[in-house]
Design a binder for this molecule. Structure first.
Ligand SMILES: Nc1ncnc2c1ncn2[C@@H]1O[C@H](COP(=O)(O)OP(=O)(O)OP(=O)(O)O)[C@@H](O)[C@H]1O
Ligand SMILES: CCCCCCCCCCCCC/C=C/[C@@H](O)[C@H](CO)NC(=O)CCCCC
Ligand SMILES: [Ca+2]
Length: 568
């Protein structure tokens, strides 16, 4: 149970011309209308204390955690008595001006439903100038002491992501908030694809910054992740081409201002794709660790992935939609329907290393939420294991024995390192996946009828379980490999030829002659929205390799009897 800490200040100040009892402790700012009866505050989210406001017949009490104060502004006489909390203006009575010589405004985070945050403000006025200054400097001191808050950010804007609104969104909605919060920014509007990645790799003076912000979609985030991870490994002498090397975690946090088509990473880490909410999470200095998968082909590094690695359906949707970029976000719906009707399946071998000895399964009903204990515990377990064996997979012999292999015909092979929740699918591809548990959920959708595949797809948008179907299996894994049928080992191929020689040869011919309309042998991998150049891949999860300016999705408030911070 959270108890109010020792008070730093307790004064009678005026809010909207009414006397209020206002207090500041190291953790809370509260204001309560004078004469109102003590109120209890039964709502509190499980992991944090948001601003609370409870009204009764006799008044209202507000509680704002200091960690959620954005800034404090000194008002001049006119502002202090003339401006409303919502920023509009009111007529000033002469008596008000006389009574309230000094005023200050506190800007703070207010939750507005569906995980959205807004910047609210309240103006306190008082007749004593010294007291007013004490309040302002005390609040400023509290804010300056929060070491996790960024002071200087490097911002990359993709002007062409999503609906091409990135620049406008940043200038109108985000930059003014950063200014209010006293955050300095260096802004780069990208001029070509991979501009941000290459700038981070070689040019950016990262020591100057407390974080990197991207304005765009998942592709833009991916650029930042690639630039930062690459830079960190090169500086630390890590060979990125070796799939067995443990990667060094990146120290700079990444902020995402969503302005893309899917915005899956923002949605799955914040709970909404709203630029103002994301800006506020950056300002308050939130931190959310996140797993990253490295993808290799024959000991050559290909890419990193944080959300979806998809072969078959999602690979084909992406390949088809890339030719329709001009359609904007609607291209995914168009290509989704087209690829569903095309109904291609692909043959190959999936091998995986199951995640053992850690918490959680892909069929859990519990979800990864703010302060997730599964992520915390598994993070600890995996780093202890890494220290013991100098690899996070356990002793070599044991690891080799644990690999499992599945051969088959698949409509889709998906690896979801996080839920992949997005506006299209609010619960995501793997609803119980965790952001930072060191695992990915490997989902195998075997060849089935169009009708069954449609049922499976539609379950991504409803409450029904998309894994509860005979042709779908899901495994929580630490590592996996895939080889398409034609990339299998010589002995496997011989076996296949004996089993099904005619089809093998026929499909190879049809790959060379697409006009015959036969199903292709290969799909492509969709790696967080980028097409991979190879189909045979080796994927390894690196637990908590990067950090975001986010806190995971907050639980809705739960009913709890609290010590009443307003009863003072
Ligand atoms: N100035 C630019 N010109 C052209 N392409 C760019 C530029 N800046 C970035 N890009 C590339 O644009 C691609 C798409 O960008 P982004 O991810 O922002 O939007 P999106 O694809 O619409 O959204 P999502 O990834 O969420 O589906 C990225 O892969 C990025 O590399
Ligand atoms: C015929 C009815 C179909 C109904 C299907 C609904 C299922 C929706 C599941 C959505 C899963 C999104 C996974 C996110 C992947 C991102 O890393 C990637 C980059 O932004 N986006 C896509 O590849 C874009 C992929 C878009 C797929 C539709
Ligand atoms: Ca994970």
């Amino acid at each position: 149970m959270e108890r109010p800490s020792r008070l730093l200040l307790l004064s009678e100040l005026r809010v909207r011309n009414a006397a209020h009892s206002v207090s500041l402790s190291r953790s809370l700012l509260t204001w309560k209308r004078r004469g109102s009866s003590p109120l209890y505050h039964p709502f509190r989210p499980r992991f944090c204390l948001p601003r609370l406001r409870r009204r009764s017949d006799s008044g209202s009490c507000h509680i704002v955690p200091v960690s959620e104060i954005i800034s404090v502004r000194e008002e001049d006489e006119e502002n202090g008595s003339g401006r409303r909390d919502d920023g509009s203006w009111k007529k000033i009575k002469e008596r008000d001006v006389k009574d309230c010589r000094q005023a200050f405004t506190v800007l703070y985070v207010e939750r507005s439903g569906q995980h959205r945050w807004r910047c609210a403000e309240v103006t306190f006025t008082c007749s004593d100038t010294t007291l007013c200054q004490r309040w302002i400097s005390n609040i400023r001191e509290q804010l300056a002491a929060i070491a996790s808050r960024p002071r200087r950010l490097l911002v990359y804007i993709n002007p062409f992501g999503g609906k091409r609104q990135g620049k406008r969104v940043y200038e109108q909605k985000v930059a003014p908030l950063f200014l209010q919060a006293g955050i300095f920014t260096d802004v780069i509007v990208t001029e070509y694809a991979n501009h941000a990645r290459d700038h981070l790799r070689t040019e950016a003076e990262l020591k100057q910054f407390d974080g990197v912000v991207c304005v765009g979609g998942d592709g833009m985030f991916s650029e930042i992740v690639h630039g930062l991870i690459w830079r960190t490994q090169i500086d630390g002498g890590v060979d990125v081409n070796c799939p067995d090397e443990a990667l060094l975690p990146c120290s700079l946090r990444i902020g995402i201002i969503p302005a893309g088509s899917t915005d899956c990473i923002c949605f799955a880490t914040v709970g909404t794709n709203d630029p103002v909410t994301s800006a506020l999470h950056i300002i308050v200095g939130d931190s959310q660790p996140m797993d990253v998968c490295s993808v290799h082909h024959n000991n050559t590094f290909l890419r990193y992935s944080v959300s979806l690695l998809g072969y078959g359906f999602y690979g084909d949707v992406l390949t088809d939609s890339e030719r329709k970029r001009w359609m904007g976000p609607a291209r995914y719906d168009f290509s989704g329907v087209k690829m569903f009707l095309t109904h291609h399946y692909y043959e190959g071998t999936v091998s995986y290393l199951p995640a053992r000895g850690i918490l959680g399964t892909p069929r859990d009903t519990a979800r990864c939420r703010s302060g997730c204990v599964v992520c915390q515990r598994n993070g600890q377990l995996l780093s202890e294991r890494a220290e013991r064996y100098e690899t996070d997979e356990g002793p070599d012999g044991e690891t080799e024995r644990e690999w499992r292999t599945i051969r088959g015909k698949f409509l889709a092979i998906n690896a979801a390192s996080m839920s992949c929740a997005c506006p299209r699918s609010p619960k995501g591809l793997s609803p119980a996946a965790h952001l930072a548990d060191g695992t990915t959920d490997l989902i195998l959708v075997r060849k089935c009828s169009r009708f069954d595949f449609l049922r499976h797809l539609l379950r991504h948008t409803s409450k029904d379980d998309q894994f509860d179907m005979t042709f779908v299996e899901v495994h929580r894994v630490r590592r996996f490999r895939f080889a398409p049928r034609h990339c299998q080992s010589d002995s496997d191929l011989e076996l296949d030829l004996q089993e099904n020689g005619k089809r093998q040869i026929f499909s190879q011919i049809c790959r060379d002659h697409p006009a015959c309309g036969c199903a292709p042998s290969y799909s492509s991998w969709n790696c967080d929205g980028e097409i991979l150049t190879h189909t045979a891949i080796d994927v390894r999860v690196h637990c908590q390799l990067v950090k975001l300016f986010a806190r995971g999705i907050e639980e809705p408030a739960v009913f709890e009897d609290l010590t009443n911070p307003c009863a003072i």
